[in-house]
Write a protein that binds this ligand. Sequence first.
Ligand code: USQ
Length: 409
Amino acid sequence: MRVFIPGVDGYLGWSLAQHLAARGHEVAGSDCFYRRRWVEEEMGSWSAIPIASMQERRDAFKERYGAELRFWEGDLTNYELVAEMLEDFRPEAVVHLGECPSAPYSMVDAKHAIFVQVNNIVSTFNLLFAMRDLCPDAHLVKLGTMGEYGTPNLDIPEGFFEVDFRGRKDHLLFPRDAGSWYHWSKVHGSNNVMFACKLWGLRATDIMQGVVFGTRIDEMGAVPGSPSDQRLTTRLDFDGCFGTAINRFCCEAVIDHPITPFGKGSQRRGFLPLRDSMQCLALTVENPPERGDYRVFNQFAEVYDLGELATKVQKVAAEAGLHATIRNLVNPRAEQEDHYYNPDHDHLFELGYRPSGDIDSEIRVMLADLMPHRERIAAKRDVLIPDVGWTGPRRKMKYLASEEPLAIP
Ligand code: USQ
């Protein structure tokens, strides 16, 4: 299948290009390298594991998979570019990974909030219109987030639920209650994709993905700590905006920095390893819906609370001789810490998804991959303490002493 990946230089995009190529698909992609710039120039950080330039990546890709990775450099908010790429490549599937993925980044100030919403909504719009006009039969796989639902005091279905109201019944979109401007940008994108399917008969899968963690997929080399070709590795961020929970906890553990659950750490989220994210996206691409269908998949392996994850990382790190402490930080976010969380996640299992392994093994692989880069992480250790609060001015969060109130200072 010909698969186009906007955002092919990112954490997921670079992994997916390889995973699909290894499965025999023809892959092309685009990127404007925003992620590299946000992390390096705005966060003052870098990927914990060094990554190659796009040219080096493409050379390695060709050597490994025997095929060109066609690539366009440019911004998806430029409609002419989007149309040119789709016209030229004529994809059968588009996996849209070209959005800004960070909740904290969207909460910095008005400029960042507006940038994230415009960037994410306009890029999806451009893809929808270009697909309608140039490849209406292609399948759009749109990366949404479990965060679109928020944490309601109800079970969370996959996208839709049955409503019985005043004696009448309907099958309706489950209410969205996002927790950041970024998460709302995903809700707006989802609504537009759903409407485009209804209006123009496009076919789409909206992936409500949980928090992804992991340093590698098998295509990057099977032996932790020593990738066979460094150019194939994907990025791994640990700063306060682009690093996500387990990835940050592992980076913290390898440099003897305290592991940092926010607030009480009792928040619950769905998590999945990078290799499972790839497995799920490949299954989705290879099993498209009918024309006009808009389907929603909740994509995660297991639900954990953050404190539980911090303890898991601490335990696995101890096996490797690392003595990590856990110190809760004042929660920079406005989020519920004690809440019900029970989302469905059946659709991908029905398509054949099988979780790749237990979380402790994945953490073990991550720690082994990160150990050779301890100095690199330690050189930027300041970025581990977040400084973007959901309310209030930008300033470094403090550790939470047990007598302090659990609130933003
Ligand atoms: N958290 C900590 N300590 C940390 C970092 C995070 O306790 O050092 C907590 C946060 O307070 C939050 C949870 O971990 O409760 C998840 O935060 P995160 O930074 O790992 O992930 P999040 O901001 O939710 O966003 C990430 C991706 C985003 C994706 C989302 C899926 O960056 O693109 O949409 O995960 S979900 O969380 O299900 O909405």
